[in-house]
Design a protein around this ligand. Structure first.
Ligand code: C2E
Ligand code: MG
Ligand code: MG
Length: 695
């Protein structure tokens, strides 16, 4: 049977190569003729380079005892200093055993070299030493912490970078356990690392935290490599740690910016959407339910405008806190922006429980909020939508809760309204209307209705208020309460407002010419007309001069909330209009947070007491007292007062009692188109002439 013979030589070679000690043979001339792996590791020469090399190459100093010749056949051992390929000095134990040379009669020696140290000796001016010096200064000068430790975790070196990063000096760390800088909950991590290092693996760029001497945590990115002794055995680890605190901070900031509302620290719109989508998915899987609330603060803009943005911001923060405290931990409260908040109530669908939650939210806001000058009263309008009844997607639920909130506003604010399908139709109606409104102006569907304003003392009507009307081809007469907000939302009010001004001016001119009496026409101006970047009122003065109208025949009506806005732009535009000769009236006075101080900033000619104050005036002594105070104050400021919404003789009597100057209301006439208003004017002149004649 011709089978391969066992190869004793190969086996022998493998054994030799497996040795930890360097082993090689030299011939009679002391030239290397074999070279094991350990020799390669220790001296740095590959076998191919070492073969034929004179033994003297390896000697750092010339031997003082003749142990190189190999006289006799005794093994000789001696401690020697040898030199590796880089010139590095090695302290070793050398054993030289004479053996038979490859050819009969020749001499050879087996040389075994046992390393006596784990780190190489320092050698003077060898290239490697120069390299070492460079490394050392690199380590010393590095911004990174560079540390070595034994496999037991005992620190063996500690550079200045490590001192900067961890606070401990080299003296405090060398010889100590590395666990000094490892937080308790990370100790397992260190164990795992040491195991991997012992197995010769490198651990690269893992991010972790360490403890600073001060006790604070330090975020670091760490790379750990095994440290080997001259024989290639892993004896420890070197670790490079880099401070990533700033990067972590930046990452956290980016996360927060993307997910958190910076003012209140609540989840922001996009974070809330994600939560909502997750909740929809969960409810879908589990056939579950949940509810979504959409809350909008009432009259928040007024607070912001009158008290300033800082106060507005502080109020939002306080509101967020109260809402949060009124909810359970599992409920998600978010701020979508502005004064809009949303709440996700997981697993809730019982109407009674939902009612309780919404009452809690209203109650949470009931107590006034503290502010430097006076307490601020806040309420919220809340819309509610339920999954799956009112929608099965995040978008649909949000839209429907928003629509319900809009209804809550319309119904008088400070309440919660649950979504109903009819709201969707109404919203679509509004959208259609907004589209129609754009065309309405051009197609002549808009007109002004005029309502007389009567002097209380003698019943004479020399003033009219112009009120916009829309004769819609399909819906009939649409009232301003429905379309003015749309016009304001879409910005169309700027054009419409200008149109109203021209119409009112024309009408005033016509009536003045017709009667030879100074008839005055007032018209309403939206806040946007006074705050828009482009000043649409700038040319009004020139226009009335062009058509030959005395500007004092026109009165600009601005709402009380406009007066509260302390933006210099509004004050400046109103002042300019007055300077041009127009008069100014404050409309709906007494409905908002009456800011009498505003009257000292902006001069006005008339205050119009809102209908809500005039209503039931005869039965309500408190309302009467308020109206009386308003009239008295206005008169002291040289301002005349108009009471709106006078419907009965009793109401007229009361406002006469408190010396109100003018009255406007259904008692005299409804707002009516130009022809009827002119007719009314003629008739009342005739009546007056008659009654004067009778007297
Ligand atoms: P406003 O300026 O306070 O106008 C008075 C409102 O009260 C008018 O409603 C008028 O029809 C109504 N009114 C008058 N007398 C009585 C009464 O005795 N009883 C009752 N219950 N109501 C009475 P209207 O015309 O529906 O206008 C509503 C609001 O729409 C106006 O309130 C004004 O703020 C706004 N508006 C009207 N026309 C314009 C306009 O051309 N431009 C702007 N920006 N707003 C307008
Ligand atoms: Mg008005
Ligand atoms: Mg009014």
């Amino acid at each position: 049977m011709a089978s391969a013979k066992p190869a004793p030589v190969c086996l022998f070679e493998a054994m030799v190569n497996a040795q930890d000690d360097a082993m090689f043979t030299v011939d009679g001339n002391d030239a290397v003729c074999s070279w094991n792996h350990a020799a390669q590791r220790l001296f740095g020469y590959a076998a191919s380079e070492a073969l034929g090399m004179p033994l003297a190459e390896l000697l750092a100093e010339q031997p003082t005892t003749p142990d190189g010749g190999g006289s006799g056949d005794q093994a000789l051992s001696a401690q020697r200093v040898l030199r590796d390929r880089h010139g590095m000095l090695l302290s070793v134990l050398v054993t030289r055993t004479p053996i038979g040379g490859p050819a009969p009669g020749t001499l050879a020696s087996l040389i075994t070299v046992h390393s006596l140290q784990s780190t190489p000796l320092q050698g003077a001016d060898a290239p490697r030493q120069r390299a070492m010096n460079v490394y050392e200064s690199l380590v010393e000068g590095s911004d990174d912490a560079i540390v070595t430790k034994t496999l037991a975790g005992i620190v063996t070196s500690w550079n200045p970078g490590a001192q900067r990063l961890f606070g401990f000096s080299a003296a405090e760390m060398i010889g100590e356990s590395i666990t000094k800088i490892i937080p308790l909950d990370r100790l397992h991590e260190e164990e795992m690392i040491l195991q991997r290092i012992a197995a010769g693996e490198r651990v690269e760029h893992f991010e972790t935290v360490r403890t600073h001497k001060s006790g604070s945590l330090v975020h670091v990115s760490v790379t750990i490599s095994p440290l080997r002794d001259a024989g290639g055995r892993v004896v420890g680890a070197s670790k490079i740690a880099r401070d990533i605190g700033e990067r972590i901070l930046a990452a956290q900031t980016i996360w927060r910016q993307a997910n958190q509302d910076t003012l209140t620290n609540l989840p922001n719109r996009s974070a809330f959407r994600r939560q909502l989508e997750m909740e929809v998915a969960r409810a879908e899987r589990e056939s579950g339910h949940f509810a979504l609330l959409y809350a909008d603060l009432d009259h928040f803009k007024m607070v912001n405008d009158s008290l300033g943005h800082d106060a507005g911001d502080a109020l939002l923060v306080a509101v967020a806190k109260r809402l949060r405290a009124a909810l359970r931990g599992s409920d998600v409260l978010a701020r979508l922006g502005g004064d809009e908040f949303t709440v996700l109530l997981p697993t809730l669908d019982d109407p009674l429980a939902l009612h309780t939650v919404s009452s809690k939210l209203h109650d949470a806001l009931a107590e006034p909020f503290a502010h430097a000058s006076h307490p601020i009263h806040v309420s919220a309008s809340i819309g509610m939508a339920m999954y799956p009844r009112d929608g099965t997607s995040a978008d649909e639920l949000l839209r429907h809760a928003d629509l319900a909130m809009y209804e809550a506003k319309n119904e008088g604010r400070n309440r919660t309204i649950v979504y109903e399908a009819s709201m969707d139709q109404r919203a679509r109606g509004r959208l259609l209307l907004a589209g129609d409104l754009r065309r309405a102006a051009q197609q002549g569907e808009l007109y002004l209705a005029y309502q007389p304003v009567v002097r209380v003392s003698d019943g004479e009507a020399l003033k009219f208020e112009a009120l916009m009307r829309w004769r819609h081809p399909a819906f009939g007469t649409v009232h301003p309460a429905r379309f003015i907000p749309l016009a304001e939302e879409t910005g169309l009010i700027l054009e419409l407002g200008d149109w109203v001004f021209r119409r009112a001016a024309q009408q005033a001119l016509r009536w003045c010419e017709l009667h030879g009496a100074p008839i005055q026409v007032s018209f309403n101006v939206s806040p946007l007309q006074l705050t828009a970047d482009v000043d649409h009122t700038a040319h009004w003065g020139a226009h009335v001069r062009d058509i030959g109208l005395d500007p004092s025949r026109l009165v600009v009506e601005v709402t009380e909330t406009v007066m509260l806005d302390d933006s210099p732009r509004i004050a400046q535009r109103l002042r300019e209009l007055r300077r041009q000769g127009f008069q100014v009236a404050v409309d709906d006075f007494g409905t908002g947070v009456s800011n009498l101080a505003a009257l000292s900033r902006i001069e006005v000619d008339y205050l119009k007491i809102d209908q809500s104050l005039v209503r039931k005036l005869p039965d309500d002594p408190r309302k009467l007292a308020i109206c009386e105070a308003i009239v008295a104050m206005a008169h002291r400021l040289g301002i005349q007062v108009i009471a709106e919404g006078i419907e009965t003789d009793e109401e007229l009597e009361r406002i006469r009692d408190i010396r109100c100057d003018f009255a406007q209301g259904y008692l005299y006439a409804q707002p009516q188109d130009e022809a009827r208003a002119t007719q009314w004017l003629l008739e009342q002149r005739e009546r007056r002439a008659l009654s004067r004649g009778d007297a």
